[in-house]
Design a protein around this ligand. Structure first.
Ligand code: ZN
Length: 152
C-alpha cells in the first residue's frame, strides 16, 4: 500500500516520540536491575502494537544460569499486558561498545517483531547504535516456519 509523504512523516514523528519514551523507560528500568554478580545493569523497553511501552531489567541469580536478561523481562511484561507485537525496542547498558541484545534475546525479540523493527542500543547519554531485528538476526527462524511445517 502506497503511503503519502505526509503519512510517512507523521509516522516518523510518532516513532521518534515513541523512541524517546522507550529510551526513558529503558534507562529507568536499568536503575532497577538486580545484577549483584556481574554489576552489569541493563534496561530494555519495548513498544507494542497499541503504542504502549513495556520495560524490563536484568535479574541475576546466585545460580548463574537462572538469571534473566532485561529484554526477556520486558517481553514478559508486554505479553502479560496483552501485547502481541514488538514494534520497536531499546536496550540500555553502559560499556565501551554499544550494548546489543544477546543471541538468545535476538531470538526472543524475533518471536514478536518483524525484520524491520528498530532495535536501538543506548547508554545513559545517547543512542550508540541503531539496528533492525533483521540486521541483528539475519535469516532467522520464526513462528512462520512452524506454520509451514504443519501439514493439512
Ligand atoms: Zn539476552
Amino acid at each position: 500500500m502506497a503511503m503519502s509523504v505526509e503519512t510517512l512523516t507523521a509516522l516518523d514523528d510518532s516513532l521518534a516520540q515513541a523512541m524517546d519514551s522507550l529510551l526513558l523507560a529503558a534507562r529507568a528500568a536499568r536503575e532497577r536491575a538486580y545484577a549483584p554478580y556481574s554489576n552489569f545493569a541493563v534496561g530494555a523497553a519495548l513498544l507494542d502494537e497499541q503504542g504502549r511501552v513495556h520495560a524490563g531489567c536484568n535479574v541475576e541469580n546466585a545460580a548463574y544460569p537462572q538469571g534473566q536478561c532485561a529484554e526477556a523481562s520486558a517481553i514478559a511484561h508486554l505479553v502479560l499486558a496483552g501485547g502481541t507485537r514488538i514494534v520497536a525496542a531499546v536496550v540500555v547498558g553502559v560499556a565501551d561498545d554499544p550494548v546489543t541484545p544477546c543471541g538468545g534475546c535476538r531470538q526472543r525479540l524475533r518471536e514478536f517483531a518483524s525484520d524491520d523493527a528498530p532495535v536501538w542500543a543506548a547508554d545513559l547519554q545517547t543512542v550508540r547504535a541503531r539496528y533492525t531485528v533483521g540486521q541483528l538476526l539475519p535469516a532467522s527462524f520464526g513462528p512462520g516456519h512452524l506454520k509451514l511445517a504443519v501439514k493439512p
